[in-house]
Ligand binder design. Structure first.
Ligand code: NAP
Length: 255
């Protein structure tokens, strides 16, 4: 249990990839703050699953696109569990809109939820970690689209591209404090975000065929990467992104 007595905050932690991360970090011994926006009953259920693994779990409802709520999340984590060792900026949405049809509201909500929350989540967690004086890990869930254009999903690509540079620049700025900042870039993962595609047999077949490993991934296959990056074995990885995409970035330009 390499993360015994560590405290992790996972934003957007009650579904999809965030939920799998919360469970995997708990399996490694960490106590977990589950941030969520809706479905408190799912959070309560996840808290029970984490407790059954022998770890503590605290659910905190907060809209992480708003700085005062993000600040309250961090303060609650410290008040309830004493410290923060691992910050996972995972909350995210898509608008599936192109340059020509994106509204200001769509732009603001995708950029605020995906990028602004990761920027200030990194800032607030880093301030806490510096105060604690024992280093820390900040893991940003980006996407293959931090680097790979996706026509028809421009605000999302913009937000993930921003997270790419957040990860690199904050990683360099925080290195003297031994706070490591790493991105995890998933390819296509079976979560509520991809439900429409995966429930359409033709679209699902096209997607699977475009992936060298021949299938979308389970959220747990991202969570194990995050757990590795949070642990002792990843002590020399910072200011970069680890992709877990089944090879898709190397094989399917223009999917
Ligand atoms: P998901 O199941 O829809 O999870 C997204 C989570 O973010 C949900 O729990 C959602 O809460 C939460 N969230 C959204 N806005 C929020 C806000 N303002 N404050 C707090 N939480 C908020 O989708 P997912 O696939 O697991 O996505 C997790 C991350 O992985 C995202 O950053 C996404 O971009 C990234 N990713 C996913 C894939 C993929 O193929 N699935 C690929 C690459 C990257 P509500 O449900 O209550 O809105």
């Amino acid at each position: 249990m390499s993360l015994k007595n560590k405290v992790a905050v996972v934003t957007g932690g009650n579904s999809g990839i965030g939920k799998a991360i919360a469970l995997e970090l708990a399996r490694q011994g960490a106590n977990i703050v589950i941030n969520y926006r809706s479905r408190p009953e799912d959070t309560a259920d996840l808290e029970r699953q984490i407790n059954a693994l022998g770890s503590q779990a605290v659910g905190v409802q907060a809209d992480v696109s708003k700085l005062p709520e993000l600040d309250r999340l961090i303060q609650t984590a410290v008040a309830k569990l004493g410290r923060i060792d691992i910050m996972v900026n995972n909350a995210g949405i898509e608008s599936r809109t192109s340059l020509l049809d994106t509204t200001e509201q769509q732009y603001d909500s995708v950029l605020d939820i995906n990028l602004k929350s990761a920027f200030f989540g990194t800032q607030l967690a880093a301030r806490q970690m510096i105060q604690q004086g024992a280093g820390g890990r900040i893991i940003n869930i980006t996407s293959v689209h931090e680097d790979w254009p996706m026509p028809g999903n421009l605000p999302y690509c913009l937000s993930k591209g921003g997270m790419r540079m957040l990860t690199r620049t904050a990683g360099v700025e925080l290195a003297p404090h031994n706070i490591l900042v790493v991105g995890v870039g998933p390819g296509a993962i079976a979560t509520p975000m991809n439900q429409a595609t995966l429930q359409n047999p033709a679209q699902a077949a096209k997607l699977n065929a475009a992936i060298p490993l021949g299938r979308v991934a389970k959220p747990e296959e991202i969570a194990t990467v995050v757990a590795f990056l949070a642990g002792d074995g990843a002590s020399y990885i910072t200011a970069t992104t680890i992709f877990a995409d089944g090879g898709i970035m190397q094989s399917s330009p223009g999917l």
